[in-house]
Design a protein around this ligand. Structure first.
Ligand code: AMP
Ligand code: TRP
Length: 342
């Protein structure tokens, strides 16, 4: 049998829960912009349906969705080049997720480390949505037949599950309808760590604001957070190997590399022998130079919420035009009668 060739198409999503962090920026959004500018078709989504798998205050969710849209655009995503929208406005995501809930196995979802982390000890109290989260994520991707998905390191397991779901669907229904999506986990900072603890991921939900840099932080706050970032007393070595047992130092080198676009190897070579008292101010200057313009542009965009909402609506129309026929075909393959004249 000849393999179906799926044309390249990029999809990725971010949850509108709280502020965009430097981790989101270096691990995801910066890659989104590069892929957009390489000329491939790109679709980027604010995944509000994923956000409500844990409690969100309704007013905060609306604000965070618009702020994420502003963050996308301020970081260089262009609504004329990429399709930008919020997930709940395109019904096909939730509908395909239902089909995938019936394809995915309980055992597969039980193994997801993000579920275990987020549900914590009291799994009985977690929402059903939190458990089914990865099936919705697979639907997000496959409802566009996306072939490439740029994400940070923490999403690798979910993308493997997406392939498993596509494979099982294709097998069960004797088709090659869904592509086997490739994760794109690239760059010097695919896992940015907390500024307070080099063994923990930098996260929007960490109770300590000092643990992360938010895209909305002003120059002074960014500089303060870097100055206070946990490190060790040793100077920087001249090679990366010697940073293996120094997670905080390694993290700051990775952040420098992610922001400057250089390799981590080059960053240590250039700063060999430097004390943190010298490296940190340089890193702070670099971070401010790269992030302050984004933060300024976000505030400017947030002053016109109606314009943001309009862009999201137009993006959703374009997204639905791709997703709806793929959903219809899926229903047909599965055996649903589709007879409405619309
Ligand atoms: P989330 O905020 O969980 O919706 O994540 C959105 C995107 O940012 C995903 O592609 C994540 O893998 C990526 N991401 C989140 N936190 C980090 C981090 N600390 N380092 C690198 N990438 C991250
Ligand atoms: N689960 C992703 C995260 O927490 C967000 C997400 C939802 C996503 N749907 C997606 C990422 C589809 C890539 C593709 O980071």
């Amino acid at each position: 049998m000849t393999e179906t060739v799926h044309t390249p198409r990029v999809f990725s999503g971010i949850q509108p829960t709280g502020n965009l962090t430097l981790g989101n920026y270096l691990g995801a959004v910066k890659r989104f912009v590069e892929m957009q500018d390489s000329g491939i078709e790109t679709i980027y989504c604010m995944v509000d349906l994923h956000a409500i798998t844990t409690w969100q205050d309704p007013a905060d969710l609306k604000r965070a969705t618009r702020e994420l849209a502003a963050g996308f655009i301020a970081s260089g995503l262009d609504p004329a080049k990429s399709i930008l929208f919020n997930q709940s406005q395109v019904h096909a995501h939730a509908e395909l997720a239902w089909v995938f809930n019936c394809v995915a196995r309980m055992g597969w979802l039980n193994r997801m480390t993000q579920f275990k982390d987020k549900a914590g000890k009291n799994r009985e109290a977690a929402s059903v949505g939190l458990f089914a989260y990865p099936a919705l994520m697979a639907a997000d991707i496959l409802v566009y037949h996306a072939t490439h998905v740029p994400v940070g390191e923490d999403q690798k397991q979910h993308l493997e599950l997406t392939r498993d779901i596509a494979m099982k669907f294709n097998n069960d229904f004797k088709t090659e309808f869904f592509p086997l999506t490739e994760p794109v986990i690239e760059g010097a900072a695919t896992r940015v760590m907390s500024l307070r603890d080099g063994t923990k991921k930098m996260s929007k939900s960490d109770p300590s604001d000092m643990s992360r840099i938010n895209l909305t932080d002003d120059a002074e706050t960014i500089a303060k957070k870097i100055r206070k970032a946990k490190t060790d007393p040793d100077p920087l070595p001249d090679n990366l190997k010697d940073l293996d047992a120094r997670p905080e130092a390694r993290n700051l080198v990775n952040i420098y590399a992610g922001l400057s676009g250089e390799s981590a190897e080059k960053v240590v070579a250039d700063h060999a022998g430097a004390q943190f008292g010298q490296f940190k101010p340089e890193l702070a200057d670099l971070a401010v130079a790269k992030l302050a313009p984004i933060s300024d542009e976000m505030s400017r965009l947030m002053a016109d919420v109606a314009e943001i909402d309009k862009l999201l609506g137009l993006g959703a129309d374009r997204a639905a035009a791709i997703a709806n026929p793929i959903l219809e075909k899926t229903y047909d393959v599965v055996g649903m009668v589709r007879s409405r004249q619309v």
